[in-house]
Design a protein around this ligand. Structure first.
Ligand code: IPM
Ligand code: MG
Length: 398
Protein backbone atom coordinates (compact mmCIF):
# COMPACT_ATOMS: atom_id res chain seq x y z
CA UNK A 1 0.00 0.00 0.00
CA UNK A 2 1.11 3.51 -0.70
CA UNK A 3 0.38 5.75 2.28
CA UNK A 4 2.38 8.73 1.09
CA UNK A 5 -0.72 10.93 0.70
CA UNK A 6 -1.89 10.28 4.26
CA UNK A 7 1.59 10.79 5.60
CA UNK A 8 1.90 14.12 3.78
CA UNK A 9 -1.46 15.26 5.14
CA UNK A 10 -0.49 14.26 8.67
CA UNK A 11 2.82 16.07 8.37
CA UNK A 12 1.04 19.19 7.27
CA UNK A 13 -1.31 18.98 10.27
CA UNK A 14 1.66 18.44 12.57
CA UNK A 15 3.43 21.42 11.05
CA UNK A 16 0.48 23.65 11.94
CA UNK A 17 0.43 22.35 15.50
CA UNK A 18 4.14 23.00 15.91
CA UNK A 19 3.64 26.53 14.64
CA UNK A 20 0.95 27.15 17.27
CA UNK A 21 3.13 25.74 20.02
CA UNK A 22 6.09 27.92 19.08
CA UNK A 23 3.78 30.91 19.20
CA UNK A 24 2.72 29.86 22.70
CA UNK A 25 6.33 29.49 23.74
CA UNK A 26 7.10 33.01 22.51
CA UNK A 27 4.17 34.31 24.56
CA UNK A 28 5.43 32.50 27.63
CA UNK A 29 8.89 33.93 27.13
CA UNK A 30 7.42 37.43 26.94
CA UNK A 31 5.23 36.98 30.01
CA UNK A 32 5.90 39.31 32.86
CA UNK A 33 5.54 38.83 36.60
CA UNK A 34 2.35 38.00 38.43
CA UNK A 35 -0.17 40.79 38.70
CA UNK A 36 -0.08 42.59 42.03
CA UNK A 37 -3.64 43.10 43.25
CA UNK A 38 -2.53 45.53 45.96
CA UNK A 39 -1.55 47.97 43.25
CA UNK A 40 -4.95 47.92 41.53
CA UNK A 41 -7.51 50.64 42.17
CA UNK A 42 -10.27 48.30 41.11
CA UNK A 43 -10.44 44.53 41.09
CA UNK A 44 -13.05 43.16 38.71
CA UNK A 45 -14.55 39.85 39.77
CA UNK A 46 -16.26 38.02 36.91
CA UNK A 47 -19.19 35.80 37.81
CA UNK A 48 -19.81 33.04 35.27
CA UNK A 49 -22.82 30.89 36.08
CA UNK A 50 -22.32 28.19 33.48
CA UNK A 51 -24.83 25.38 32.97
CA UNK A 52 -27.54 23.64 34.97
CA UNK A 53 -27.48 24.52 38.66
CA UNK A 54 -24.42 26.72 38.02
CA UNK A 55 -26.18 30.10 37.81
CA UNK A 56 -28.21 29.33 40.96
CA UNK A 57 -25.29 28.40 43.21
CA UNK A 58 -22.94 30.98 41.70
CA UNK A 59 -25.43 33.76 42.47
CA UNK A 60 -25.39 32.68 46.12
CA UNK A 61 -21.59 32.72 46.18
CA UNK A 62 -21.72 36.22 44.69
CA UNK A 63 -24.08 37.38 47.44
CA UNK A 64 -21.64 36.13 50.04
CA UNK A 65 -18.71 37.85 48.35
CA UNK A 66 -20.73 41.08 48.20
CA UNK A 67 -21.52 40.72 51.88
CA UNK A 68 -17.89 40.13 52.87
CA UNK A 69 -16.53 42.85 50.61
CA UNK A 70 -19.33 45.36 51.27
CA UNK A 71 -17.05 48.27 52.21
CA UNK A 72 -14.75 47.81 49.25
CA UNK A 73 -17.67 47.38 46.87
CA UNK A 74 -18.98 50.72 48.11
CA UNK A 75 -15.59 52.34 47.65
CA UNK A 76 -15.41 50.98 44.13
CA UNK A 77 -12.32 48.90 44.83
CA UNK A 78 -14.28 45.74 44.01
CA UNK A 79 -16.56 45.46 41.00
CA UNK A 80 -18.62 42.47 39.96
CA UNK A 81 -19.22 41.59 36.36
CA UNK A 82 -21.85 38.96 35.70
CA UNK A 83 -21.07 37.18 32.45
CA UNK A 84 -23.99 35.35 30.89
CA UNK A 85 -23.97 32.92 28.03
CA UNK A 86 -21.30 30.40 28.88
CA UNK A 87 -23.98 27.76 28.49
CA UNK A 88 -23.83 24.64 26.39
CA UNK A 89 -26.71 25.90 24.21
CA UNK A 90 -24.93 29.14 23.37
CA UNK A 91 -21.57 27.44 22.92
CA UNK A 92 -23.17 24.88 20.60
CA UNK A 93 -24.86 27.69 18.66
CA UNK A 94 -21.49 29.34 18.03
CA UNK A 95 -19.77 25.97 17.71
CA UNK A 96 -17.07 27.30 20.02
CA UNK A 97 -15.76 26.27 23.42
CA UNK A 98 -16.03 29.92 24.46
CA UNK A 99 -17.87 32.31 22.11
CA UNK A 100 -15.77 35.38 21.18
CA UNK A 101 -17.93 37.97 22.90
CA UNK A 102 -17.77 36.03 26.16
CA UNK A 103 -14.02 35.68 25.92
CA UNK A 104 -13.81 39.42 25.49
CA UNK A 105 -15.85 39.92 28.67
CA UNK A 106 -13.67 37.45 30.55
CA UNK A 107 -10.61 39.42 29.55
CA UNK A 108 -12.04 42.51 31.24
CA UNK A 109 -11.90 40.76 34.62
CA UNK A 110 -9.05 40.15 37.00
CA UNK A 111 -10.44 37.08 38.67
CA UNK A 112 -13.34 34.85 37.72
CA UNK A 113 -15.68 32.68 39.73
CA UNK A 114 -17.03 29.96 37.49
CA UNK A 115 -19.87 27.51 37.92
CA UNK A 116 -19.93 24.09 36.24
CA UNK A 117 -20.01 23.91 32.44
CA UNK A 118 -20.99 20.91 30.33
CA UNK A 119 -18.16 19.10 28.58
CA UNK A 120 -19.53 17.37 25.47
CA UNK A 121 -18.22 14.11 24.14
CA UNK A 122 -18.90 12.22 20.93
CA UNK A 123 -22.51 11.00 20.77
CA UNK A 124 -23.97 13.81 22.91
CA UNK A 125 -26.74 15.96 21.46
CA UNK A 126 -24.16 18.77 21.30
CA UNK A 127 -21.33 19.32 18.83
CA UNK A 128 -18.19 17.73 20.25
CA UNK A 129 -16.57 21.07 21.13
CA UNK A 130 -13.72 21.51 23.57
CA UNK A 131 -14.45 21.80 27.27
CA UNK A 132 -15.03 25.40 28.37
CA UNK A 133 -12.74 24.81 31.37
CA UNK A 134 -9.90 23.62 29.20
CA UNK A 135 -10.41 26.45 26.70
CA UNK A 136 -10.48 29.09 29.43
CA UNK A 137 -7.31 27.71 30.99
CA UNK A 138 -5.56 27.94 27.64
CA UNK A 139 -7.01 31.27 26.49
CA UNK A 140 -6.21 33.05 29.75
CA UNK A 141 -2.99 31.07 30.24
CA UNK A 142 -4.04 29.79 33.65
CA UNK A 143 -1.10 27.47 33.97
CA UNK A 144 -1.31 26.47 37.61
CA UNK A 145 -4.23 24.39 38.76
CA UNK A 146 -3.95 24.46 42.52
CA UNK A 147 -6.06 21.96 44.42
CA UNK A 148 -5.79 21.63 48.16
CA UNK A 149 -7.09 18.54 49.97
CA UNK A 150 -7.26 18.47 53.75
CA UNK A 151 -8.43 15.80 56.17
CA UNK A 152 -6.92 16.98 59.47
CA UNK A 153 -8.07 14.02 61.53
CA UNK A 154 -6.16 11.73 59.20
CA UNK A 155 -3.09 13.90 58.88
CA UNK A 156 -3.80 14.66 55.21
CA UNK A 157 -2.63 18.10 54.16
CA UNK A 158 -1.95 18.15 50.44
CA UNK A 159 -1.70 20.81 47.79
CA UNK A 160 -1.56 19.69 44.19
CA UNK A 161 0.04 21.86 41.52
CA UNK A 162 -1.37 20.43 38.33
CA UNK A 163 0.09 21.78 35.10
CA UNK A 164 -2.93 23.25 33.38
CA UNK A 165 -2.16 24.25 29.79
CA UNK A 166 0.03 21.49 28.34
CA UNK A 167 0.43 17.72 28.44
CA UNK A 168 -2.35 15.62 26.97
CA UNK A 169 -4.74 18.58 27.15
CA UNK A 170 -2.81 21.02 24.96
CA UNK A 171 -3.89 19.33 21.73
CA UNK A 172 -6.70 17.22 23.15
CA UNK A 173 -9.07 18.39 20.41
CA UNK A 174 -6.36 18.52 17.72
CA UNK A 175 -5.29 14.93 17.23
CA UNK A 176 -4.69 13.49 13.76
CA UNK A 177 -6.96 11.00 12.09
CA UNK A 178 -4.35 9.70 9.68
CA UNK A 179 -6.79 7.30 8.06
CA UNK A 180 -9.51 4.90 9.23
CA UNK A 181 -6.91 2.74 10.92
CA UNK A 182 -4.50 5.18 12.47
CA UNK A 183 -5.16 7.87 15.10
CA UNK A 184 -2.70 10.12 16.89
CA UNK A 185 -3.04 12.34 19.92
CA UNK A 186 -0.19 14.36 21.32
CA UNK A 187 1.25 15.34 24.63
CA UNK A 188 3.07 18.63 24.79
CA UNK A 189 5.82 19.58 27.20
CA UNK A 190 7.67 22.86 26.91
CA UNK A 191 10.61 24.04 28.90
CA UNK A 192 8.84 27.27 29.85
CA UNK A 193 5.56 25.57 30.73
CA UNK A 194 7.20 22.97 32.94
CA UNK A 195 9.57 25.38 34.60
CA UNK A 196 6.84 27.80 35.69
CA UNK A 197 4.57 25.19 37.28
CA UNK A 198 7.42 23.42 39.05
CA UNK A 199 8.74 26.75 40.25
CA UNK A 200 5.26 27.67 41.53
CA UNK A 201 5.13 24.42 43.53
CA UNK A 202 8.56 24.90 45.08
CA UNK A 203 7.80 28.49 45.80
CA UNK A 204 4.61 27.56 47.58
CA UNK A 205 6.35 24.76 49.52
CA UNK A 206 8.99 27.21 50.62
CA UNK A 207 6.67 30.09 51.57
CA UNK A 208 4.00 27.96 53.25
CA UNK A 209 6.56 26.11 55.33
CA UNK A 210 5.49 22.74 53.90
CA UNK A 211 9.06 22.44 52.61
CA UNK A 212 8.42 19.23 50.76
CA UNK A 213 7.67 18.69 47.07
CA UNK A 214 6.87 15.45 45.30
CA UNK A 215 7.25 15.43 41.53
CA UNK A 216 5.00 12.90 39.79
CA UNK A 217 5.67 11.64 36.26
CA UNK A 218 6.02 8.46 34.26
CA UNK A 219 9.51 9.44 33.14
CA UNK A 220 10.71 5.84 32.99
CA UNK A 221 8.36 5.16 30.06
CA UNK A 222 7.30 8.51 28.65
CA UNK A 223 10.88 9.51 28.24
CA UNK A 224 10.83 12.63 26.11
CA UNK A 225 8.11 14.75 27.70
CA UNK A 226 7.92 13.38 31.26
CA UNK A 227 11.65 12.86 31.19
CA UNK A 228 12.12 16.57 30.50
CA UNK A 229 9.59 17.53 33.19
CA UNK A 230 11.62 15.58 35.75
CA UNK A 231 14.89 17.02 34.52
CA UNK A 232 13.52 20.55 34.93
CA UNK A 233 12.35 19.63 38.43
CA UNK A 234 15.95 18.76 39.31
CA UNK A 235 17.02 22.15 38.01
CA UNK A 236 14.36 24.05 39.96
CA UNK A 237 15.07 22.04 43.13
CA UNK A 238 18.60 23.43 43.13
CA UNK A 239 17.13 26.92 43.54
CA UNK A 240 15.42 25.73 46.74
CA UNK A 241 18.09 23.84 48.68
CA UNK A 242 16.02 24.02 51.89
CA UNK A 243 12.99 22.34 50.26
CA UNK A 244 13.12 18.59 50.45
CA UNK A 245 11.91 16.84 47.33
CA UNK A 246 11.42 13.42 45.80
CA UNK A 247 9.99 11.98 42.61
CA UNK A 248 7.42 9.25 42.12
CA UNK A 249 5.85 7.53 39.15
CA UNK A 250 2.15 8.12 38.72
CA UNK A 251 1.18 4.46 39.06
CA UNK A 252 2.78 3.87 42.44
CA UNK A 253 1.79 7.37 43.55
CA UNK A 254 -1.86 6.48 42.89
CA UNK A 255 -1.39 3.41 45.08
CA UNK A 256 0.47 5.18 47.87
CA UNK A 257 -2.25 7.77 48.22
CA UNK A 258 -4.41 5.07 49.78
CA UNK A 259 -1.65 3.84 52.08
CA UNK A 260 -2.42 5.55 55.42
CA UNK A 261 1.18 5.34 56.57
CA UNK A 262 2.73 6.81 53.43
CA UNK A 263 0.20 9.36 52.36
CA UNK A 264 0.62 11.69 55.33
CA UNK A 265 4.19 12.30 54.20
CA UNK A 266 3.14 13.99 50.98
CA UNK A 267 2.63 17.75 51.14
CA UNK A 268 3.01 19.57 47.82
CA UNK A 269 2.70 17.61 44.59
CA UNK A 270 3.55 18.89 41.11
CA UNK A 271 2.57 16.96 38.03
CA UNK A 272 1.68 17.12 34.34
CA UNK A 273 -1.89 17.88 33.34
CA UNK A 274 -3.53 14.46 32.88
CA UNK A 275 -1.88 12.84 35.90
CA UNK A 276 -2.99 15.85 37.88
CA UNK A 277 -6.54 15.48 36.64
CA UNK A 278 -6.70 11.88 37.77
CA UNK A 279 -4.77 12.10 41.02
CA UNK A 280 -6.71 15.12 42.29
CA UNK A 281 -10.02 13.29 41.89
CA UNK A 282 -8.63 10.40 43.88
CA UNK A 283 -7.26 12.79 46.49
CA UNK A 284 -10.54 14.73 46.81
CA UNK A 285 -12.34 11.48 47.56
CA UNK A 286 -10.63 11.32 50.99
CA UNK A 287 -12.15 14.66 51.81
CA UNK A 288 -15.68 13.73 50.79
CA UNK A 289 -15.55 13.66 47.00
CA UNK A 290 -14.93 16.08 44.14
CA UNK A 291 -18.02 18.04 45.18
CA UNK A 292 -16.11 19.25 48.24
CA UNK A 293 -13.02 20.35 46.36
CA UNK A 294 -12.23 23.75 44.97
CA UNK A 295 -9.87 24.44 42.15
CA UNK A 296 -7.83 27.58 41.55
CA UNK A 297 -6.61 28.16 38.01
CA UNK A 298 -3.88 30.74 38.21
CA UNK A 299 -1.92 32.63 35.60
CA UNK A 300 0.19 35.76 35.75
CA UNK A 301 -2.61 38.09 34.61
CA UNK A 302 -5.85 36.17 35.26
CA UNK A 303 -7.12 33.66 37.76
CA UNK A 304 -10.26 31.54 37.66
CA UNK A 305 -11.85 29.69 40.55
CA UNK A 306 -14.26 26.86 39.91
CA UNK A 307 -16.28 24.23 41.65
CA UNK A 308 -15.35 20.88 40.17
CA UNK A 309 -18.66 19.12 40.45
CA UNK A 310 -21.07 18.74 37.54
CA UNK A 311 -23.93 20.95 36.43
CA UNK A 312 -26.70 18.53 37.56
CA UNK A 313 -29.05 19.22 34.61
CA UNK A 314 -31.61 16.81 36.05
CA UNK A 315 -32.10 19.01 39.12
CA UNK A 316 -33.04 21.85 36.78
CA UNK A 317 -35.36 19.66 34.68
CA UNK A 318 -37.12 18.46 37.82
CA UNK A 319 -37.46 22.01 39.16
CA UNK A 320 -35.08 21.39 42.05
CA UNK A 321 -32.32 23.83 41.07
CA UNK A 322 -33.10 26.10 43.99
CA UNK A 323 -32.22 23.25 46.35
CA UNK A 324 -28.73 22.77 44.91
CA UNK A 325 -25.83 22.75 47.35
CA UNK A 326 -23.78 25.96 46.99
CA UNK A 327 -21.08 24.89 49.51
CA UNK A 328 -18.45 23.96 47.00
CA UNK A 329 -18.67 27.14 44.92
CA UNK A 330 -18.77 29.20 48.13
CA UNK A 331 -15.62 27.46 49.33
CA UNK A 332 -14.07 28.20 45.96
CA UNK A 333 -15.06 31.85 46.41
CA UNK A 334 -13.01 31.72 49.61
CA UNK A 335 -9.96 30.69 47.57
CA UNK A 336 -10.62 33.67 45.31
CA UNK A 337 -10.72 36.02 48.31
CA UNK A 338 -7.43 34.71 49.59
CA UNK A 339 -5.88 35.03 46.17
CA UNK A 340 -6.70 38.72 45.86
CA UNK A 341 -5.46 39.47 49.35
CA UNK A 342 -8.59 39.33 51.50
CA UNK A 343 -7.12 36.76 53.86
CA UNK A 344 -9.15 37.69 56.91
CA UNK A 345 -12.43 37.41 54.99
CA UNK A 346 -11.32 34.13 53.46
CA UNK A 347 -10.51 32.67 56.85
CA UNK A 348 -13.87 33.73 58.28
CA UNK A 349 -15.71 32.25 55.34
CA UNK A 350 -13.92 28.97 55.72
CA UNK A 351 -14.84 28.81 59.42
CA UNK A 352 -18.47 29.68 58.70
CA UNK A 353 -18.66 26.96 56.06
CA UNK A 354 -17.25 24.40 58.49
CA UNK A 355 -19.71 25.44 61.19
CA UNK A 356 -22.78 25.46 58.91
CA UNK A 357 -21.94 22.45 56.79
CA UNK A 358 -20.19 20.10 59.19
CA UNK A 359 -20.75 21.00 62.85
CA UNK A 360 -23.78 23.04 63.77
CA UNK A 361 -25.91 22.07 60.76
CA UNK A 362 -28.97 24.12 61.66
CA UNK A 363 -29.94 23.79 58.03
CA UNK A 364 -29.13 20.93 55.76
CA UNK A 365 -29.18 20.66 52.01
CA UNK A 366 -30.75 17.53 50.60
CA UNK A 367 -31.10 18.59 46.99
CA UNK A 368 -34.92 18.61 47.27
CA UNK A 369 -37.73 20.24 49.22
CA UNK A 370 -36.95 18.13 52.26
CA UNK A 371 -33.98 20.43 52.89
CA UNK A 372 -32.97 24.07 52.72
CA UNK A 373 -32.70 26.05 49.51
CA UNK A 374 -29.35 27.41 48.31
CA UNK A 375 -30.57 30.87 49.23
CA UNK A 376 -31.52 29.86 52.77
CA UNK A 377 -28.20 28.13 53.20
CA UNK A 378 -26.29 31.19 51.98
CA UNK A 379 -28.29 33.32 54.44
CA UNK A 380 -27.35 30.90 57.20
CA UNK A 381 -23.69 31.31 56.29
CA UNK A 382 -24.02 35.10 56.35
CA UNK A 383 -25.74 35.00 59.76
CA UNK A 384 -22.88 32.86 60.98
CA UNK A 385 -20.33 35.27 59.52
CA UNK A 386 -21.93 38.09 61.54
CA UNK A 387 -21.40 36.29 64.85
CA UNK A 388 -18.95 37.97 67.20
CA UNK A 389 -17.87 34.58 68.54
CA UNK A 390 -17.30 33.03 65.10
CA UNK A 391 -13.72 31.95 65.73
CA UNK A 392 -14.32 30.69 69.29
CA UNK A 393 -17.30 28.79 68.11
CA UNK A 394 -15.35 27.22 65.27
CA UNK A 395 -12.54 26.26 67.65
CA UNK A 396 -15.01 24.69 70.05
CA UNK A 397 -15.85 22.09 67.43
CA UNK A 398 -12.28 21.04 66.69
C1 IPM B 1 -11.28 19.00 36.02
C2 IPM B 1 -12.27 18.40 35.07
C3 IPM B 1 -11.99 18.90 33.64
C4 IPM B 1 -10.60 18.43 33.29
C5 IPM B 1 -13.03 18.47 32.62
C6 IPM B 1 -14.40 18.92 33.00
C7 IPM B 1 -12.67 18.90 31.25
O1 IPM B 1 -12.23 17.02 35.13
O2 IPM B 1 -11.29 20.23 36.18
O3 IPM B 1 -10.48 18.26 36.60
O4 IPM B 1 -10.43 17.33 32.76
O5 IPM B 1 -9.66 19.17 33.54
MG1 MG C 1 -10.89 16.28 36.58
Amino acid sequence: MDYSKQIEKAKEHLGKLLGQQFERIENMKATKDFINYDELDTIVIGIVGGDGIGPYITAEAQRILEFLLKDDVQKGRIKFKVIEGLTIENRAKHNKAIPDDILEELRKCHVILKGPTTTPRAGDPWPNIESANVAMRKELDLFANVRPVKVPEEGIDWVFFRENTEGAYALGSDGIVVNDDLYLDFTVTTYQGSYRIIKAAFDYASKSGANKVTVVTKANVVKTTDGKFLEIAKEVAKEYPHVEWDDWYIDIMTAKLIDPKRRTQFRVMVLPNLYGDILTDEAAEFQGGVGTAGSANIGTRYAMFEAIHGSAPRMVEEGRAKYADPSSIIRTAGMLLEHIGYNEEAKKLSMALDICGQYEKKLVITGRDTGATSEEFANYIMETLKREDLEDRWKSYL
